[in-house]
Design a protein around this ligand. Structure first.
Ligand code: PHE
Length: 447
């Protein structure tokens, strides 16, 4: 077997994992979900789930990946006996990566299109109505969003074909911190808009009567989506982590950074939305109309707008890379394709489904199933079914199928790290996380 690559440093692991985690899930999907599910109530549930279930699940994926040094399918095969059914979880993960990548690149394409628009100054002097029209005409244009989507996929395939250390790791290290800085600047601006306090109230004051099974499963799905867990992306990245690295602290760092960016996105978007009179439930258009409006109100807005969309493209790219990497790792190791071939095959396969997701935004598009656009359908089934089920099986695997000694061996780097807190993490992985995921999952099935 060929030599597998590793991440070069601890910082590299954190940044690459953060690169996977931070993306449209934080800046685009999180405000959409919070807006649709009662604002503050959603935020509280989200925080609890991301920290209490997300972290142990992320660590579980690292354990499986590093122990097996393999892609998700191979990982479950290597860690079990021949003929075991566990590799099915790996197949589901790779399938899930494929479906997510298909609809994710729709919005990824928009970010590229919006970068172009901001360079061309399309938002200069525009009012809200005009910016909203721009959004709908862009997303339902017959070919622009398709061109952008395919370009984005090609870019992703290019980086993935180059490998782990020189592609994924190098860029993530510089760009992730820059994203954070820009977001803080935007936050300050948004908070000083008139009427900002209404938005803050919506986002921060929880109305607990709004919490029901649907909000719980949405928060669970959102946290899994946002943290890139429950489908094998982090099993794959875990397989590149070296034996000396402290996976627990890396995972905690990533979860905190991801949560911070999601909250910042809310603090930027909701005050601005209220200030401009945009409904918090506005969904897809929330990020793509409120943000250009905020930039309109700023000195140097043209410049900030450009930088912001550039960073959004990059944050999105580090996520699409991690999704394609799941498919590529599986194709190279299971089917013995070369990395370049695997990247091309993976991207082309994704393009076929992805194009349908993009076309489903056209007005009057027939690509609707059971009242949902094809895009929504892919988003819905991956976040609400594939990822929770994948996550459930992953914690069950580490907690019950692997030997405790093996799991603790990974957690403590063969006894060189203190066991104390890691025993507690193991306890959560074994008992609390599976129970919580199962309860939330069932609570939505019964309504
Ligand atoms: N976590 C990414 C985001 O928030 C999306 C993603 C999901 C990436 C699953 C990889 C795997 O944008």
């Amino acid at each position: 077997m060929k030599q597998r690559e590793n991440f070069g440093s601890k910082l590299g692991i954190i940044m690459a994992t953060a690169g996977s985690a931070l993306g449209l899930g934080n800046i685009y999907r999180f405000p959409c979900e919070a807006g649709a599910n009662g604002g503050g109530a959603f935020l509280i549930v989200y925080l609890v789930i991301a920290l209490a279930i997300g972290t142990p699940l992320m660590i579980s994926e690292f354990i499986i990946g590093r122990r097996s040094r393999s892609n998700p399918i191979g990982a479950f095969r290597i860690l079990t006996r021949q003929g075991s059914a566990w590799p099915i979880v790996g197949y589901l993960g790779v399938g899930c990566a494929f479906l997510i990548l298909a609809f994710y690149t729709t919005v990824a394409g928009w970010t590229l299109g919006y970068l172009g628009k901001s360079i061309a100054g399309h938002f200069n002097g525009q009012d809200l109505a005009q910016i909203q029209v721009q959004f709908s005409s862009f997303t339902s244009h017959p070919w622009w969003p398709l061109v952008c989507q395919l370009a984005f996929l090609a870019l992703t395939a290019f980086v993935v074909a180059r490998g782990v250390k020189n592609g994924i790791e190098k860029y993530s290290k510089i760009l992730m911190p820059l994203l954070l800085v820009i977001m803080v600047v935007l936050c300050v601006k948004s908070l000083t808009l008139s009427g900002a306090s209404e938005g803050l109230k919506f986002f921060f004051s929880p109305d607990f009567s709004k919490i029901n099974g649907r909000v719980l499963i949405s928060a669970l799905g959102q946290s899994f989506f946002s943290l890139s867990i429950g489908m094998g992306a982090l099993i794959t990245y875990g397989s590149y982590i070296s034996k000396q690295d402290n996976m627990t602290s890396s995972a905690i760092g990533v979860v905190l950074a991801d949560t911070l960016v999601a909250v910042l996105a809310g603090v930027i978007i909701f005050p601005a939305a209220f200030s401009f009179g945009i409904q918090p439930e506005a969904g897809a258009s929330l990020a793509f109309t409120t943000l250009p409006m905020v930039f309109q109100q700023m000195t140097g807005g043209y410049f900030f707008c450009l930088i912001f969309f550039l960073l959004l493209v990059i944050a999105t790219l580090t996520s699409t890379i991690s999704l394609l990497e799941v498919i590529v790792a599986a194709l190279t190791e299971e089917m013995h394709l070369s990395r370049t071939k695997a990247a091309i095959v993976g991207a082309l396969g994704t393009a076929v489904i992805g194009v349908l997701a993009t076309l489903s935004f056209r007005t009057g598009s027939p690509l609707h199933i059971a009242g949902r656009s094809f895009f929504d359908l892919l988003d819905h089934i991956t976040a609400l079914y594939f990822m929770p089920l994948g996550g459930l099986f992953i914690v069950l695997f580490v907690g019950w199928r692997m030997k405790r000694a093996d799991a603790m061996d990974e957690l403590t780097n063969s006894g060189t790290l203190k066991a104390g807190i890691r025993k507690a993490i193991y306890f959560i992985i074994r008992y609390i996380a599976p129970l919580a995921i199962a309860v939330i999952f069932i609570s939505q099935l019964v309504g």
